[in-house]
Each structure stands twice: as structure tokens, then as C-alpha cells.
Design a binder for this molecule. Sequence first.
Ligand code: ADP
Ligand code: MG
Length: 698
Amino acid sequence: METLERLDIKYLKGVGPVRSELLARELGIKSYLDLLYYFPFRYIDRSTIHRISDITGEMPYIQLRGRFITFNTQGEGARRRLHALFSDGTGTIEVVWFNRVKSIMESYQKGVDYILFGKPTEFKGHYSIAHPEIDKPSPQGQPSGLVGVYTLTEKMRNRGFTTRTFHKIIASLLAAPPVQNIGETLPASLRERLGLMPLTEALVNVHTPSGVEALQQARRRLKFEELYFLQLNILKYIKGRNAQLPGHVFSRVGDLFNGFYQNHLQFPLTGAQKRVIKEIRHHMGTGRQMNRLLQGDVGSGKTIVAFLTMLLAVDNGYQACLMAPTEILATQHYESISEMARGIGLRVELLTGSTSKRRRDTIHEGLRNGEVKILIGTHALIEDVVQFANLGLAVIDEKHRFGVAQRAKLWKKNLVPPHVLVMTATPIPRTLAMTVYGDLDVSIIDELPPGRKPVTTVLRYEDNHESVYHFIGQELRKGRQCYIVYPLIEENEKLDLLALEQGFEIVKETFPHDHVAMVHGRMKPAENDHQMDLFASGKAHILVATTVIEVGVNVPNASVMVIENAERFGLSQLHQLRGRVGRGADQSYCILMSRHELTKDTRHRLEVMTATNDGFVIAEEDMKLRGPGDMEGTMQSGTPFNLKIANLATDGMLLQTARDEAQALLEADFELATPDGQLVARQLRFLFHRQTNWGLIS
Ligand code: ADP
Ligand code: MG
């Protein structure tokens, strides 16, 4: 690997200074190694020849065999084009070139057999192919099998750097001795156990497959390798950190937990809630500091899990805190948690920006002397003045609003860092959790409490407003409440605010007998809270809002969520917003209002919303649409890796295998000192020595 990385691509046969310059600038390919790991993004079966008469609507790249009948140039100078007619006896098709007209005309003749390779496009019932690749039929008959297609840029094509050029330099690369002698990176025992192709064979077959089966095996081997070293790197980091970081041991389940569980629980826990509590309890008993993500869809009952976890901390002589992203949410948590705590005589306090000085002093005092067992609050509770007697657990509601720095502050609140439980309703696909958030343990509540009615979601268009308002009116008359949400993004703030204000006016006119409240992020916090309270208490019937209501607000009587310009929201945001309704016993509705004209992806997004309520399905779809690199969490941590062949959205099984194997190796040989370990360690150092500081990500 090291040798191949040092070999400059310009010395490869068939490349030279001009092409190497293009490769470097356009594709970032500088060394033999770069080129070797630049894989085809697609493969074409070149053994099939299509008939022109069979060409129909949408077709991928195809091959035709026939002859040119005519060549004509059109236009002048830079706009000169070449049109040709190509016939195979079953019909004719137009072939067009927009540049290199002269050299094309010199290269090909009428009346000679050629194989054409390209993608037919239709215009007004006629088919044409632009810039096909052209070959002479080989004397041995049609080349059998699969051919790789590489991403090339427009600039490269304009300079005559085609797929064919690429194939030639790949062939000379694969024939080069340093490539043929590339060392194996995976232990033989591992390869045998999983039936993985040797590296050299995999590299040859991924570029020039000898058949479908061989290609699949080659890709599997390369994907596995990619994921395996990624997992090794992550797990090695985690294990190293765990070894350094002891955690409080919560060894017993005490009176508070048992007393509450047996006498004060308002409802039986769901199976998922029980399982998750068991996972957490087990972890906190090990002496290993916990950094756990608690995922559960909106309404899945994360609060009670958090509360029971807090009781475990208190039972073991520690304090616990819960931090929420907004004052409204902190207050809601405080209300529900202090109500639960009342029966078992536990002191719970609320600390936010608006807590009075006197109250604050009392709370600080209570925290220091250990009388306050549970503290709920906003960012206010990580300020330095807030000192705990013995903080053992911090619960954080809604991950991404808290940065790494803030969590670090939390850790300093006790000599041994507290266990951390992060609750989130934004499901992160498992594959992503295992890679980007690889150092977090994950617990998932994948079951809703019984009796919930799934929210009915429909897609409506701008010109359906009248019937939508009519529907809202019916729900209001049943005593229900309604949210109407508008987008507000910074780049478009002025126009968005205007649309919101206008919407507010229209809604007020449409519902003159109902009280309409409004909240948005540009209002004074006090006014926002007041408006919110009006809605939460049922005095206001309609709430016109921006996404400030996205997280946590709990108004069970609200049964309708209208999202204006739904096409401008991302999937996870739409799902989050929809979670504001469906919290009571009534049937709830989510109405997505959209423009008529939508791109394919946008329409798909909205259709996913109408098709499912399952947050995990939505998260997976979101990842497929946006690509894993663009997921929220990744941006915050800065993707430390760049997958070349594996795909987190589709290779979940292989990822799991890679993780299990990596785990097993580290368990048997953490120092990577055995011969197999050394082999792997060398590749690990090679891949990661200059990048990836996982320490920044936790
Ligand atoms: P979220 O996961 O969105 O934070 P909450 O913890 O707020 O969900 O729970 C939503 C509602 O469901 C609350 O009113 C809560 O009391 C109720 N709930 C939670 N668990 C159960 C259960 N096992 N059975 C019935 N109701 C439950
Ligand atoms: Mg919640």
C-alpha cells in the first residue's frame, strides 16, 4: 500500500503529464493507489447487443451493432455539431457529437461495422445517442461480460479522456508489478471464515469483472475491508477510552426504584421500555462510564425511562439532572417528573434562566448539601456556579442542541464523570450510529404505548386551502386544537416572516370566533412563552408557528398539524413536527401543504411521510435521499471517513459482520500483537495515521 501511494500516476504507462494533470485536478487521483481504489460506479453487460427497433422509452446504456449511413455537420465554429444516421437493419438511430467533430469524421467511415455504446434519449418520438463510444467488433466475437463505468467529468470528456481511455490505463495499472504484488490486508483465517476473495483478485475483478459472480464477491470483499478497518478504528478508540474512564457503579436497585415501580406507576411499561431500562441498569452496574443514546419515536415514553434511571442513581446515593433545550421543555419535564416524584417523597427542583435569584440560591444550597436529588433545567444547570454534592447521572433531552463543549462541562461536575443518557426522537439509522456515533451505546424504544392511533397524513396543494380550512373548522368544533406551521430559514428570513404574518392574518379572518396564537423565533422569549401558554392551556385554539415547536411541546388535545410549504422541510423535520399531534386518544391528522411542481426527490419525501409513521423507516429513507454524509450528526462531527465502496444505507448486514469481527479480534488481541493482529495493525496505521481524532466526537 505504502509503495503504491508513493508511485506518481504520471509514470503509469498510458498516462503521462497531460492526463495525470487531468486525473489529479478533476478526480483527485495522484498515485497508483488512488487510481486502484477509484472504483466503477456502475457496470454494463457488454455481451448483449440491442436491436434499434427494440429501443423504447427509458433505457440505460445499451450496445448496438451496425453501420453509419450518413454524416452531416450543422452550425458553425464553436456550435458546429455532427449528426450521423446509424442503421442495424432493424431501424435507424441518430447519433450526435457536439465537439471534436473533425477528429470523429476522420476516425469513422460509412459502410463499416461498428459497435456503438451509449444511452438513447427520446425527443418527440425520435431516438438519438449523444457521444457514444465506438468500437470495431472484435474478431473473436463480442467481448463477454461486464465492463465498469467510471465517473468522468465534462472537462475530461472534452479533452478526449473517455471511458475507453480509462479502461486502458486501468489495464496497465492492473498489469503493473507493484499492483500485482500488493500485500493482503486481511488475515487468512478471517478470509476463510467469511469466504472473502483475496485482495489482488478482488481489485482485478472490481475493475475488470470476469463475471457477475466474481464481481459480487469482489465488491463484498472490498466493502467488508472498508467497514472492518473503520470499525476496528472506532472500537479500539472506545475500548481505550473505557479503560481510562471509570464510571460510578450503581450496583443496587433500591427502595425508590422499587417503591415507585410497584406502587406509583400509572401504566404498565411497554416491553421496549422494560428492555431499555434493563440495558441501562446493566451498563451502570459495570463500572464503565455510560454514554448512551436513548432513541425512541415521539410519544414512545422516554420520560418514564429517564425517571426510572434517575431513581437508580438516587438509590445508589447519587444526584441526577435532566437538561432540556428550551425553557418550555424544561418546565414540562419538571411538571411531569415532580408529579411522579411526589409519591415517593423526592425533592426535585427546576433551574432555568428565569429562576429568581433567591430561589436559585436555595437550589444551589440544596444541591451542595445533597438534599436536592433531581435537578431539571436548561443550559443554566451547567453553569459553573451550579455545584452538586455527588452528580451520578445526566440525562440530556434532544441531542443535537447540545454541543460537545457543553457535555464536557457536565463531566466536570464530579470527580468521576457522570453517566450520560441522551434522549432523542430523531432516530439515527443503526448503521450510522455504529460508525459516526460509533462510540455511543444505543438503546431503542421501538414500540408505542398501547391504544395510540397512528396519525393520518395527507398531501394537499396550495389551491386546496379552502377545504383544509373547512376541515380544521370541523375539528375545532369538536373541541380540538390545531397547529399551522410555516418554514422560516435564515437565508429567506424576510420573505418567510412575511408569509407567516400573512398566514396568521388569513387564519384569523377565516376563524373569527376562535382564538389564534402565534409563536416564532424572532419574538421576545417572554411573548413566545405567553403565546405558547395560551395554546397549551387551551385558551387559544390555533397556533400559527415556525419550527420552534419542533421539539417536545406536549398538547394532547391538538389533533391537527398543518405544514405549509411542506416541500421545503426535510424528512426528519417533517416527522418531528408531525409528532406534535397524535398524543391524545383522538384520531389526529397531519396535512402537508405543497406546491404542485415538485422534483422527484421532493415528491418522494412527501410520499414517504404519507406512507409511514415509523421513525426508523423515515430515517433510513432520509439517509438514502440525502446520503449518509449529509446527515445532521455527521456535519456536527465532520465526517472523519469517506466510504469508497460500502454504503451505509444498504450494507447494514455486512457492517454488522465487520463490527462483530473487529470486536472479536480486539477482545482476543487488543494490542494487535499476534501475527494476524500485526497484519491488521499495519493497515490500520496506514489508513488512519494522519486523520481521525475520535476523541473529538464523543
Ligand atoms: P417521548 O418519548 O416523546 O418523550 P413521553 O415520555 O412524553 O414520550 O410519553 C408520551 C406519553 O405517553 C406521556 O403522556 C406518558 O405518560 C405516556 N406513556 C409513556 N409510557 C406509557 C406506557 N407504557 N403506557 C401508556 N402510556 C405511556
Ligand atoms: Mg419527550
